[in-house]
Write a protein that binds this ligand. Structure first.
Ligand SMILES: Cc1cc2nc3c(=O)[nH]c(=O)nc-3n(C[C@H](O)[C@H](O)[C@H](O)COP(=O)(O)OP(=O)(O)OC[C@H]3O[C@@H](n4cnc5c(N)ncnc54)[C@H](O)[C@@H]3O)c2cc1C
Length: 450
């Protein structure tokens, strides 16, 4: 794997390093494209309550670390079979040959607070009427309070013929599935860029984690072709299930991206969702809402799967039963307090939440302290009083060495947190945030420090 123009540590002189340290501090304070740090809450609350946290990803561990400091005497149990902790925001860097895969691999055990019980199984069933979860191994665990942090399900099965194990072969890429699939995507992209040809990039309609990732992959495949000198004999097509002239949910960002793609010659095909792929024949099939199907041959295909709630949540009483979030089975939380609307001893954090926006690590940065605080308020017999504004952030890479840092709230209003970064202007500084500073910020969130 090559890393052609990485500004490695050696490339940064002392004064720049000092300036970077300042920025890094600002990043953590402001959040790394992340918002204001929570109010300091020094006092602990005494309780004998048993809190179960389902999921030990970013949200689950961040809340566990906070609760273990905020509560005195509580029993905290975290349920998740996964041992490896993955820094998912780094997948796009791995999938485009910028980072080695080791940078997105860690161990959950290194971040879990002391004294927390870790049940290394999955939750198979949520039974909120009985205040219990049942694990895949058949353990029934009763709780006083529950935090749901299971992340989401990548629904590759909705794409006929798709095989995650084949990513990296036959020009097939998909950044989302795992570190291995991100690395294999780079293998496919690297082989493709040597010759150039037809790249087909995809984006389904519906809630996605890091909805900017499919856009970054599109910018970066074009950049990799340009670097290899094969862009001129290549064509980049972008197929999406979204309506005409829509590629992103925030209008100003959407229009900015479309303007750039039009200038680059990226051709958009809207209301066309990926429904099937013939991996061996390198043929993708797209369908319109009316059922009209188009078969498209490709040299490189980037698959973005539809996303929905994890099975255990989707089939449970905790899921939305009506409204736009019901088909995906997302967790029915109040979008401001992040407390369940029907089960007051249940909270949600992270991608599983059925809220209008907010499926990013930056969202967890801002919302995990709110969930922890509001849960402690409820334990203490008070009403939850911390409010979440839907903060979501995405460093949108436009080429290697340049990005735009986009931050916004539930209303789609831009909420820039770093004065030196203009949201809709690409900059080296926004790139540095993504390339160097967001992982330390992420680890600080995991440890419940910011
Ligand atoms: C390609 C890609 C690029 C991204 N880029 C960015 C970015 O640039 N900026 C940004 O801020 N965010 C980005 N993100 C999004 C970010 O990584 C997620 O929003 C964040 O990890 C969500 O945290 P979470 O705790 O909700 O879920 P996760 O971190 O996914 O953790 C969920 C955990 O729940 C566990 N689990 C699942 N089902 C069960 C069950 N039934 N019982 C128990 N445990 C269960 C899983 O094993 C997992 O450990 C990106 C994500 C991807 C994939």
């Amino acid at each position: 794997m090559d890393h052609p123009t990485n500004p490695g540590p050696g490339a940064i002189d002392v004064s720049r390093r000092r300036w970077l340290r300042g920025l890094s501090a600002a990043t953590l304070a402001a959040g790394g494209g992340v918002a204001v740090a929570p109010k300091a809450r020094a006092q602990t609350t005494k309780t004998k309550a048993h809190i179960v946290i389902a999921g030990s990803g970013l949200g689950g561990i961040a809340v566990a670390n906070r609760l273990s400091r905020m509560l005195d005497g509580a029993r905290i149990t975290i349920v998740d079979a996964k041992q490896e902790h993955n820094y998912q925001p780094g997948y796009t860097l791995v999938a485009t040959g910028i980072w080695p895969v080791e940078k997105v691999r860690d161990r959950n055990a290194d971040y879990l607070p002391a004294g927390v019980e870790w049940v290394q199984e999955m939750v198979a069933e949520f039974d909120p009427e009985a205040n219990a979860v049942v694990t895949t191994g058949g353990k029934r665990i009763a709780y006083d309070y529950l935090v749901v942090a299971t992340g989401l399900h990548l629904d590759y099965a909705q794409i006929e013929g798709m095989d995650v194990a084949a990513i990296g072969t036959h020009g097939l890429g998909s950044v989302y599935a795992s570190p291995q699939s991100a690395l294999a995507t780079w293998r496919a992209m690297d082989a493709f860029r040597q010759q150039g040809g037809h790249a087909v990039m995809t984006l389904p309609a519906g809630p996605l984690k890091c909805a900017g990732a499919p856009l970054k992959m599109t910018f970066l495949v074009a950049d990799r072709l340009r670097q290899a000198g094969t862009l001129g004999k290549s064509h980049v097509d972008f197929f999406t299930g979204l309506p005409t002239d829509t590629v992103f949910g925030v209008k100003v960002v959407n229009d900015n991206v479309i303007e750039r793609w039009d200038a680059m010659g990226v051709e958009r095909h809207h209301l066309n969702k990926l429904v099937a792929v013939d991996i061996g024949a390198r043929q993708a099939t797209f369908a319109t809402p009316e059922g009209e199907r188009t078969e498209v041959g490709y040299d490189f295909l980037h698959v973005v799967p539809p996303m929905r709630a994890t099975d255990a949540v989707k089939k449970s009483a905790l899921a939305w039963k009506e409204g736009p979030m019901a088909p995906g089975g997302w967790l029915e939380v109040d979008k401001v307090t992040l407390r369940h609307q029907r089960y007051p001893n249940v909270f949600g954090v992270g991608d599983i939440n059925g809220t209008p926006r907010g499926k990013t690590a930056a969202t967890v940065k801002k919302s995990a302290p709110i969930v922890a605080h509001n849960l402690v308020e409820v334990i203490a017999g008070r009403e939850p009083d911390d409010k979440f504004d839907g903060y979501t952030s995405c460093p949108l890479i436009v080429r290697e060495g340049s990005a735009m840092l986009i931050e916004f709230d539930y209303d789609g209003k831009l909420t820039p947190s770093l004065p030196m970064i203009e949201p809709l202007q690409e900059s080296y500084m926004a790139w540095l945030m993504k390339y160097r500073m967001l992982k330390p910020a992420y680890v600080a969130v995991l440890k419940g420090r910011v």
